[in-house]
Design a protein around this ligand. Sequence first.
Ligand code: BGC
Length: 428
Amino acid sequence: MVELKDLDKLKFPNNFFWGASISSHQVEGGVFNNWTEWEKKNSNRLALESKNRSWLRNWSEIKDFASDPNNYISGSGADHYNRYLEDFTLAKNLNLNAIRFSFEWSRIQPNESTFDKEAINHYKRYVFKLKEFGFEPFATIWHWSLPIWFEGKGGFENPENLRYFEKYVEILANEFSQDIKFWIVHNEPRIYTSESFLNGRWPPQKKSVFTYLKVLMNLQKAHFKAYDILKLINPNLQIGIAENIASYTSKGNIFDQLARIIFNWYELRIIRMYKSKLDFIGLNYYFHRHLNKLRLSKLGEDINTSDLGWELYPQGIKSPLLKLKSMGKPIIITENGLADSKDKHRSWFLKLTIKSIAETIRDGVDVRGYLHWSLIDNFEWDSGFWPRFGLIEIDFKNKSRKIRKSGFLYSEIIQLFSQQQNDLSQKS
Ligand code: BGC
């Protein structure tokens, strides 16, 4: 067990970003996009299928929520669109100095020929307030939800449609390039393409290797264009990607070792595709996978799991960080967290994650920030509202907010390292 006092011996670079992340569809509420339409059509099915999760340790606690179709409708959600000032105030209490958010494309361009001035002004006020509160904004241009008209034209499957994405990026670049330095063009292109075009779980629910590869290539092209558009307007902008990379261990048999090497290679391969147009790499770390006889198995019987059944292996973050070192780019951890409605595990998980990050920094990895997922409880895509990722708990009925115990712990950790930096700068 890591104690707070043990962290005191660790070091973080000056100006390290301590923050949290959110995305528009998952917290804003009141959106109208391809997901909201899909949710309406699929909520009953998802509620029925929830019994496939009865293997979860905490199934008895979640089954009433998970089997209710309303759980799968994002609706007014956390209403962050209207309550962002309240959330920023709480984030300030947590001592954060950075917040990652995403623009909701369907608000900014509700139809092909309209860029909505009011929506753009909303985000102007939003970014102004972020900065006034002292948060460094990390803006994601696209975090998975699409305008309905864009999906209707075939979305990112059709290379002809990239021109629409470019126009959207151009508008954002013109409106925000003076106020936002850090940009993330796409969130997790590999996860999006796998879930939407290979496994058929998310809209538009296709299952085709060919389409999967096509969309992956189109997203890369879209990123390259976006990079050029943003840099042309302001060459000082820092542009990155956020990608999910797991840590792998294997039991020892040669085939497991080989599989581990292939998985590692493939996940890094995606980042390499983007490498020539990246100023930083955003790492989203959630998963540890243990290979045993070519199957995914538990690292040990006593390993803790999140409410979603994901193994909690925070020290595993070292593995993707060390792998990314070879890219020679600064790294920001753009997401990391766990679904933990009772807040049983988040505190030790945070301490061990932060300790592991400090150790990789000591070993020469250039990590510049840690943004926890999530600032507030969010809508968890096809799992709906029951998985609780927030440092801040939301009562979705009356929208009230409450900082979780682990949230306070995170604020103490940040305070500890800020104090350390102040002491150092006073000495020098
Ligand atoms: C996604 C988030 C999601 C989180 C937890 C990440 O892969 O970017 O949108 O909420 O995982 O599942």
